[in-house]
Design a protein around this ligand. Structure first.
Ligand code: CA
Length: 415
């Protein structure tokens, strides 16, 4: 899924490719690979071809025929742009509010409403089968590819072949390439129509090949799992993915809330009932659920105590399995709420709130580990356990304990 790819992209940007960056510049152009010159190819071109050919036994062992291998890879061209994109530093520092406004733009809300109406019967079936609200499924579809309009425009096989050649995240790209060949072998899509992002996230829901194998669904019953052109397959696959990752039917994902004046923000977890007792209310004036929701709700300040506050449940974390970022999950779920007719956020997003770079988030994790905490990862992925650790240190530093990592917090932590 895109989440893994984002992680892979960030890791690789610093590690493997940095070492071969100089070599990349000299690599063959696609035209050379498609139409070999009479003279001997450059050494790099030969090594790319040689690398591809070296995958054949692995592909055959996975049930890919020689014919499928050749059809997909005989003329495969090294993609300079993919190599370049894989080295790009991801954009950081965009304020949360700006990101959310862009993701949940009026045009996307309108587009989602149109799709909800157009696919009403289909969404009835999908909701019944997978137990995931239609608005959440349509929101992911809208945010990933603008409802299928922007699938990435890259052919998946050359992209993955290029990344595999560079040992993108170890064996990861290679394994995804071999899995993509298996998808071709099974006849779900011809290679020329297997379109996706430069990083191999495929089709309208942006599934990487291994996610396709595990969670893509043939919902229109034509025998093929077609995530490129079949809307029933696309929407059911998103529903199946979320169900498989633990989406709980009838559990709200969470709510924007008003924090009572007399509140000790060191508390971060409790049942909705507890939060109500403490004086929390929903920002849109509705009632927080106080019965039938046993699950813990976590108090979450996406841009710190100055900005909007949320109580979120495990279903919030399920969206993060699609893409690890907290603000991605918030964008999806807020868009879903808007599609249900709920109002925009009530709170104001602080204008100067920059999101920390991955490097800085990793520095926070390392520094917390040095102080005896046990971060769940050291790759810069922020989860709610880490936010609790941050709260504890904020108390020590005399800062507002909102669990929100800022440049000021980092400066205090590593001083
Ligand atoms: Ca199908």
């Amino acid at each position: 899924m895109r989440a893994q790819w984002m992680r892979a992209q960030r890791t690789l940007a610093r590690l493997t490719l940095a070492a071969v960056a100089a070599m990349l510049l000299a690599l063959i152009s696609p035209a050379v690979a498609q139409a070999p010159e009479p003279q001997a190819p450059e050494p790099q071109a030969r090594s790319f071809r040689g690398y591809i050919e070296s995958l054949r036994p692995l592909a055959l062992a996975r049930g890919v025929s020689n014919a499928t291998f050749d059809r997909a890879l005989a003329n495969v061209a090294y993609d300079v742009e993919v190599a370049r994109l894989s080295r790009r530093q991801p954009e950081y520092g965009r304020p949360v509010g700006d990101y959310l406004n862009a993701m949940v733009a009026a045009s996307r809300i309108g587009g989602g409403q149109k799709r909800l109406a157009a696919h009403r019967g289909l969404l009835d079936d999908i909701e019944k089968t997978f137990g995931v609200p239609r608005e959440v499924i349509v929101a992911i579809w809208g945010i990933e590819t603008s409802f299928g309009a922007n699938q990435g425009g890259k052919r998946v096989i050359p992209s993955l072949a290029t990344l595999a050649f560079h040992h993108y995240k170890g064996d990861f790209a290679r394994d995804e390439l071999l899995t993509a060949l298996r998808i071709l072998q099974d006849g779900h899509i011809p290679p020329e129509r297997m379109i996706g992002s430069w990083a191999g996230a495929m089709g309208q829901p942006q599934f990487i090949p291994s996610s396709f194998m595990r969670w893509a669904v043939d919902f229109d019953g034509d025998g093929r799992r077609d995530l490129w052109t079949s809307v029933p397959d696309v929407l059911a696959s998103i529903g199946n993915y979320l169900r498989a990752h633990g989406w709980q039917r009838d559990l709200p994902w969470g709510f924007e809330v008003i924090v009572p004046e007399q509140f000790d923000p060191r508390k971060s977890r409790g049942s909705f009932r507890e939060w109500v007792t403490l004086g929390f209310t929903r920002a849109d004036g509705g009632n927080l659920p106080t019965s039938n929701v046993r699950d813990e709700a976590i108090l979450f300040f996406p841009s710190g105590a100055r900005g909007p506050a949320f109580l979120v449940t495990k279903n919030f974390d399920v969206i993060k399995t699609y893409n690890i970022s907290d603000v991605y999950a918030l964008a999806v779920l807020h868009l879903a709420d808007r599609l249900k007719g709920r109002p925009p956020f009530a709170g104001r997003w602080p204008a100067g709130d920059v999101q920390l770079s991955r490097e800085d988030r990793m520095r926070i994790q390392a520094a917390l580990a040095e102080r005896g905490f046990s971060p769940n990862n050291r790759q810069g992925m922020i989860d709610f356990d880490l936010r609790d650790d941050i709260r504890k240190m904020q108390v020590q530093f005399g800062m507002t304990p909102d669990g929100h990592p800022t440049p000021e917090f980092l400066a205090r932590l590593v001083r």
